[in-house]
Design a protein around this ligand. Structure first.
Ligand code: GLP
Length: 319
């Protein structure tokens, strides 16, 4: 798992938006071969959406041939309720870019048969060729989408009862009235997310620090479902400094160090191959792009010790 720490929320959001726009542009989507993007809601991705809208308006990215699948939706509030995830997505993102409404997919929390709705959603993802990049946030209890603690790591799209902590956290959007917060939701499963070709998570603020620590420093654990990303070959977390509060200094230093070393060596971000080599369950080939000459500016900086030369880092790697 790659892990990038940025100074603040604005820098982390810009990093993620740049990354997504690069992915879409590199992919070169067409009507016959669209880019399939998984999307979250919540306060965390707002900065990413704002940046993506700005990039669209500046002509730096187009959503003309992008198909989206949202992670989750509440059960039991009308689709046009101001706090439904349908409303959220149109208000903060879709209305401001050139996406075709027919390319937007969001679970219907008012479907007459909720189980059938979930099965159909999985089938739609498959029919679209699988998700190329799933963007996600994280709950304070380490959940991804609405996969609350104890969710099966093999779970798929389904009806989920929300944890009390999540209902409490989300009550801020419902006038702090717990009675008004939906208690159930439809959500993609952990396995659904893991089958995306790439997963990018953004975590911001001290509120997420404990969950981030559990997910980054500890092993895969069904009680912190985001930690399942360690099982994914191409996952990435981007956070701000505040979210690192519970991490060991050694961990923070390690990840900052390897990012600096890679840059100094002239390595750009790793881009998945443009060509789909198989179903989403078989990740695409990874291409390492290397500049022909290392970046001279980076080269002239005092070189960071390679993790292998640094005794503290070496201890961390062994651990
Ligand atoms: N289902 C959503 C998650 O997808 C989101 O990651 C989480 C965090 O929300 P926020 O970003 O507001 O902290 O909220 C909800 O639980």
């Amino acid at each position: 798992m790659r892990f990038f720490i940025r100074d603040n929320a604005a820098a982390a959001s810009a990093h993620v938006a740049d990354y997504i726009a690069d992915r879409i542009n590199h992919f070169g989507p067409t009507p016959a071969h669209p880019f399939v993007l998984g999307l979250p809601t919540g306060s965390t991705p707002l900065g990413v959406y704002k940046n993506l809208v700005e990039k669209y308006k500046a002509g730096e990215v187009s959503f003309e041939n992008v198909v989206t699948f949202n992670m989750d939706e509440y059960i039991g509030i009308p689709r046009d309720h101001p706090e439904s995830y349908h409303s959220f997505m149109w208000k903060h993102f879709f209305s401001h870019v050139n996406i075709h409404p027919s390319n937007v997919n969001i679970l219907n929390g008012n479907a007459p048969n909720l189980e059938a709705e979930c099965v159909e959603y999985e089938a739609k993802i498959q029919a679209a060729g699988g998700i190329d990049l799933f963007l996600a946030g994280m709950g304070e209890d380490g959940h991804i989408a609405f996969n609350e603690p104890g969710s099966s790591l093999a779970s798929r799209t389904r009806v989920k009862t929300l944890a009390y902590g999540t209902i409490l956290a989300n009550s801020r959007f419902f006038g702090d009235d717990l009675d008004k917060v939906p208690k159930m939701a439809l959500t993609v499963g952990v396995q659904t997310v893991l089958e995306a070709r790439e997963v990018v998570v953004i975590a911001l603020g001290a509120r997420k620090a404990l969950a981030l620590q559990r997910c980054v420093e500890q092993g895969v654990n069904h009680m912190w479902t985001l930690s399942a990303l360690h099982l994914h070959p191409h996952s990435m977390i981007v956070c701000d400094e505040d979210a690192t509060l519970e991490l060991q200094v050694k961990t923070v230093k390690y990840f900052k160090d390897i990012e600096q070393v890679a840059r100094a060596q002239g390595f750009e971000q790793i881009l998945p191959s443009k060509v789909r080599t198989g179903p989403a369950t078989v990740p695409t080939t990874i291409t390492l792009l290397r500049r022909t000459t290392p970046n001279p500016e980076q080269q002239s900086l005092p070189r960071a010790k390679s993790p292998l030369q640094n005794p503290v880092m070496r201890a961390g790697i062994k651990a």
